[in-house]
Design a protein around this ligand. Structure first.
Ligand SMILES: *Cc1c(COP(=O)(O)O)cnc(C)c1O
Length: 393
């Protein structure tokens, strides 16, 4: 709406539309279709729908449009398309731009479902995928060739919080004419500067920080207007992965507090990492916001924050990790992240259970590893909860 608005103002107001009733809150347009005043108007809209003209909710909806404009303004992209889940966003972004014979280079450390899309689905349709160690720029340089159509990576990996240098990988990709597609969930749209660093297409699971209260599945793809409206939208609207108006309304409400929440969670995450560091029951404590983290400088350059997750290794292994989880009183055992409630996950037996042992080893998913998504509770209470559970681990 206004070029001069800062983030928090955009998060509250950007994209808002009001009906003739002047309602204060964003309305949920819970309608699949739209009525045309005349047959001629219907014909004209099917030829070319105007900016605020809608045809069918699978193509677009006023509530969804508000959310798309708000997130695009936040991310700094020309446009965005909202999807039914984060995986609809990842698979839609990739499938809409690729065809048989294309080559993709991807980081190996991926969310399980992303790995399935790249390894199983794209392969079945004749797309060749080369996997690299995302932090190793030499491997990107060797794998990206003039025939590479796209590169894909999670800017901060799950669960070991390893960063991929967006600026450096984008330079390598762009020199070869490849598009840069970033799954930016762990970075959050608040700490993201991915567009300025060279990313072409930025994907979020809005199920995570954007909802922020664990209510609904959703996703969004941010990019240029040409990509979003000419490449992605035709694919999404005809294959059916659009976001529902009700979900869009949940996400719009999440956006209003997104900046406050992400900053508070990151501040607590840092305090927790500092408190855990050096604990005698722990091996590694991974938080890129700590000075001691090997990618600290890159993390600060890329995100300006260490983010909202802390990962640590209970040295004694699985049984001790389970005793720790079962002793937690505030933090919940679950597998979402970015929620107001602090969530502890044991990746080796849940989110990454299906990976063969050698892949777990190479991704650093040890038997005692715990991923903590830090919520909005009092940081002191959380530290006391974690310390108490470590005592009993
Ligand atoms: C959760 C997640 C997804 C998938 O999102 P859904 O909303 O669960 O479909 C993709 N990538 C990352 C990094 C995630 O954390």
């Amino acid at each position: 709406m206004s070029e001069t608005w800062n983030t928090r103002t955009k998060l509250v107001h950007e994209g808002s539309r009001r009906s003739q009733y002047g309602e204060m809150a964003e309305a949920i347009f819970l309608t699949q279709g739209f009525v045309y005043p005349t047959a001629e108007a219907a014909e004209a809209r099917f030829v070319q729908a105007g900016a605020d003209e809608f045809i069918y909710a699978r193509y677009g909806n006023p509530t969804t449009r508000m959310f798309e404009e708000r997130i695009a303004a936040l991310e700094g992209t020309e446009d965005a398309f909202a999807t039914a889940s984060g995986m609809a966003a990842v698979s839609g972004a990739l499938t809409s731009m690729l065809r048989a014979g294309d080559h993709v280079v991807s980081a190996r450390a991926l969310f399980g479902s992303c790995l399935y899309v790249l390894e199983e689905v794209l392969a079945r349709f004749g797309v060749k995928v080369t996997f690299v160690d995302g932090a190793d720029l030499e491997q990107w340089r060797a794998a990206v060739t003039p025939g590479t159509k796209a590169v894909f990576f999670e800017s901060m990996s799950n669960p070991t919080l390893e960063l991929v240098d967006i600026r450096a990988v984008s330079e390598i990709a762009h020199a070869a004419g490849a598009l840069v597609v970033v799954d930016n969930v762990f970075a959050t749209p608040i700490f993201s500067r991915a567009v300025d660093q060279g990313a072409d297409v930025i994907v979020y699971s809005t199920t995570k920080h954007i909802d922020g209260q664990g209510r609904a599945l959703g996703g969004v793809v941010c990019g240029t207007q040409a990509f979003v409206r000419k490449v992605l939208e035709p694919y999404m609207k005809h294959t059916g992965g659009s976001m529902s108006p009700f979900t869009s309304w949940i996400m719009l409400n999440g956006m209003a507090t997104l900046d406050l929440r992400c900053r508070a969670m990151a501040e607590s995450a840092k305090s927790i990492a500092q408190a855990l560091q050096g604990h005698d029951k722990l091996g590694r404590v991974i938080y890129p916001g700590l000075d001691s983290h090997p990618q600290h400088a890159l993390c600060m350059e890329q995100m300006g924050s260490g983010g909202t997750l802390v990962t640590f290794d209970i040295a004694e292994g699985k049984e001790a990790a389970f005793r720790f989880l079962n002793a937690l009183e505030i933090a919940k055992i679950s597998n979402n992240l970015g929620d107001a409630k602090t969530i502890a996950t044991h990746p080796a037996t849940t989110t990454h259970q299906r990976l063969p042992q050698d892949q777990k080893d190479s991704l650093g998913i040890t038997p005692g590893l715990i991923r903590l998504s830090v919520g909005l509770e009092d940081a002191g209470d959380l530290i006391a909860d974690l310390m108490g559970a470590l005592e009993r681990a």
